[in-house]
Design a protein around this ligand. Structure first.
Ligand code: C6P
Length: 413
């Protein structure tokens, strides 16, 4: 598809076969993109074509088909490198997802370089995936976790962050964008301040990469992670970017095939980067699908997608604000957040809200969104959450608002 300045929404929607169906007799309004996005035909076709004509295991076969599969798999790695502007293709490790990427860093870099008394800084905005691995490491090694607070609008508190940094800070693990609130964190400044006290920084980019261009060299971060399935790509594939010098000096995460140079019963020697961190048969078709997803979103342009999503966010915020008893979890200014709206209704539990709006074809998420500490910060057990992607429409925001009025009608006075 050719790049275009006009945002051809109808055309883009037609690229997603799943969107044309009805649910319970209503047009599907898929508003749970922060959980996972739908897949364009380009991704489905690339994956199908690989299985139909190019499938083989990679790195092992001396035959043509395996060489072709290896070429495609390594091509996908180069595609990811260019997407986040990493310096070297060896800095791109394929994992199962962001969760595995973070666990990998905690279990290798963290296990090797952190010691009792060291401090790891997190924020109240983290997903459990960027809390629990550090808690596990902290209890195993006697580390202290420090947490940067957020204000009532869900904003990262810069002065509080600075006051938590000290010579004891060895690691900062921070989300680029909150999955609950959409808040965008000043990650470039966060990295610079952490580096000034000698700490390394991991950025969880799960909720950033579908909405904005990311340049890991510009951010100067040490690690950056994300999942393919939130980026219009397949499940089962994720990325760990790490600075080459760090990756080189980390032990492997898992042992097995593909990650070794040689093995005897006495000793194994590790393969070079990136293979040292990719034990076993990798998710080849998923990596190829992820590369197709990146091609697809770049053909539209992340800046065009961001403009479209900002319009939807603005429109949906206004529509939902008119619903009696609806409270946004945090009314952060629009320019500092991505297209996510978390809210509660005074008359219904979030799970009831999600169940009822689904009867009208509207798919939203309800629950704690794997961010229980943030729920505690705002004093709620759960919220309903609508999150918009490149294919959503104002009509879908209307469908959500109308369905919420029906929830009010059922439960409200
Ligand atoms: N958030 C959501 O509905 P995995 O499961 O590894 O692909 O991604 C985990 C993860 C890590 N960090 C952030 C910021 C995330 O948003 C997520 C996944 C989903 O918000 C599922 S809970």
């Amino acid at each position: 598809m050719a790049a275009t300045t006009f945002y051809d929404l109808d055309h883009f929607r037609a690229d997603f076969p799943i969107l044309c169906q009805t649910v319970h007799g209503y047009p599907l309004a898929f508003l749970d993109n922060a959980a996972s996005t739908q897949k364009p035909a380009d991704v489905i076709t690339a994956t199908k074509k690989f299985y139909e004509t190019g499938y083989a295991n990679v790195h092992r076969g001396a035959y043509w088909l395996s060489e072709q599969a290896t070429r495609q798999y390594e091509g996908a790695r180069e595609r990811v490198r260019a997407f986040i502007n990493a310096r070297h293709v060896e800095e791109i490790i394929f994992t199962r997802g962001a969760t595995e990427s973070i666990n990998l860093v905690a279990a290798t870099w963290g296990q090797t370089y952190l010691q009792a008394g060291d401090e790891v800084v997190l924020t109240w905005l983290e997903h459990h995936s960027n809390i629990v691995p550090w808690q596990m490491l902290a209890s195993a090694k006697g580390l202290t976790l420090k947490v940067v607070p957020v204000d009532d609008e869900g904003r990262f508190l810069w002065e509080a962050y600075q006051s938590l940094l000290s010579s004891r800070t060895r690691f900062v693990a921070v989300t680029h964008v909150s999955n609950v609130l959409g808040t965008i964190l000043p990650v470039k400044d966060i990295v610079a301040a952490a580096h000034a006290v000698g700490a390394k920084v991991l950025i969880d980019g799960c909720q950033a990469v579908p909405h904005m261009a990311v340049d890991v060299c510009d951010l100067a971060c040490d690690f950056y992670v994300f999942s393919g399935h939130k980026l219009y790509g397949p499940t089962g594939i994720g990325v760990l970017y790490g600075r080459e010098v760090l990756l080189q000096n980390m032990p492997p995460y898992q042992g097995g095939g593909d990650m070794i140079a040689s093995v005897t019963f006495e000793k194994a020697h590790w393969a070079g980067l990136p293979y040292k961190f990719e034990a076993g048969t990798p998710a080849v078709a998923q990596a190829i699908g992820l590369a197709a997803a990146i091609d697809y979103i770049e053909s539209i342009g992340l800046s065009a997608i961001a403009v479209h999503e900002a319009d939807l966010l603005h429109y949906a915020t206004q529509r939902l604000a008119g619903i009696r008893g609806l409270r946004f979890l945090c009314p952060a200014p629009q320019q500092t957040k991505t297209s996510v709206l978390s809210f509660t209704l005074d008359c219904a539990h979030p799970h009831d809200i999600a169940t009822i709006v689904d009867r009208y074809g509207v798919a939203i998420r309800a629950g704690h969104h794997c961010a229980q500490p943030l729920m505690q910060r705002f004093g709620v057990p759960a919220t309903a959450r609508a999150s918009f992607g490149l294919y959503n429409t104002r009509e879908e925001a209307d469908a959500l608002a109308d369905a919420l009025e029906r929830v009010r009608g059922i439960f409200g006075p």
